[in-house]
Ligand binder design. Structure first.
Ligand code: SF4
Length: 302
């Protein structure tokens, strides 16, 4: 959606502050973007999702594991952290929650068994940020490793930082997921700026399979991602401005048609998992409702 279409050509732009998630929410569905970031009070969400509880429980355990004293930093300690910090929201019942918890514990222990507890990451759950003339981006990286720099298979004596992102979903991932991730590319730029160090590599660590999908960015690939981020930010920012102007006007609100023009619904498979589905008839028609535990059901049965 261009500025002309929004009637905003010539208006000065403010710096658009965002996370990569905000940008991808705009891409996935502008209506969901409005519900999430603009409408206040935020429309009531549906019930919590079990897959989010699973993801948070695993991420929290992996973060806390690095705080365990070195001598006790074992796979079993990681499993204990999963158990002690287990989040139960969204499961069908206690039995399903316990079944998934046992799977998650085993998955985390397997993953941690492949880590060297003595090689401390440079940072864990670290917020990084970067800025251009059009946007200010920030986000939290699961883990930032420091590793020897390799050029054509040879170490050059220096080190560089590697952006690591944990994934707990069931779907298998490929290298294309690492290469194509806007968020990971933005994290590389944020890591460079925040930690003032070399960085180019991103890695998705898929815990269910143990796969590591990595990609070494080049300056060109990072520039491509940044151009894309700025282009998404331009669209979202123009719609934000139109929304704010309308809210600040005498009428105080936008007509439904105008809202839908600025923030069109984009239906798809994700509608079944959308927190705001109950406010969106077109999304309800597009995808059957999913139970809060839908995405972990297979895990509970294995
Ligand atoms: S239900 Fe679908 S179309 Fe509606 S807001 Fe959610 S993602 Fe968008």
């Amino acid at each position: 959606m261009a500025d002309e279409q929004l009637g905003l050509e010539g208006m000065p732009r403010r710096l658009y502050s965002c996370t990569p998630t905000r940008l991808t929410t705009w891409l996935d569905c502008p209506r969901r973007y409005r519900f999430t970031y603009l409408d206040r009070p935020t429309p009531a969400k549906g019930p919590p999702w079990a897959h989010n509880s699973l993801g948070s429980s695993v991420h929290n355990a992996l973060r806390s594991w690095w705080d365990v004293p070195l001598g006790r930093r074992t796979p079993e300690a990681a499993g204990t952290l999963v158990e002690s910090g287990w989040l139960t929201d969204g499961y069908r019942d206690d039995a399903q929650s316990a079944s998934v918890r046992a799977r998650a514990r085993a998955m985390v222990e397997r993953y941690v068994a492949r880590l060297d507890p003595e090689v401390e990451p440079r940072a864990v759950e670290r917020t990084v940020a970067t800025k251009t003339e059009r946007l200010a981006l920030s986000g939290r990286v699961d883990r930032i490793d420091e590793r020897p720099t390799e050029v054509s298979g040879t170490q050059d004596g220096g080190t560089e930082l590697v952006v690591v992102d944990y994934k707990t979903g069931r779907s298998a991932l490929t290298t294309d997921d690492a290469r194509g991730s806007l968020a990971l590319a933005m994290y590389v730029l944020g890591t460079r700026r925040t930690l003032r160090a070399r960085a180019r590599r991103v890695e998705l660590h898929h815990l269910p399979s143990g796969d590591v999908l990595g990609f070494d960015h080049t300056e060109e690939s990072l520039a491509r991602h940044l151009r894309r981020a700025e282009s998404i930010a331009d669209e979202a920012s123009a719609a934000d401005e139109a929304y704010r102007s309308a809210v600040a006007s005498v009428a105080g609100e936008l007509e439904t048609e105008e809202l839908d023009r600025l923030f069109p619904p984009r239906t798809g498979a994700l509608c079944g998992f959308c927190d705001f589905r109950r406010h969106c008839p077109v999304g309800q028609a597009a995808s059957p409702v999913k139970q809060p535990w839908h995405a972990v059901e297979e895990l509970a049965l294995e």
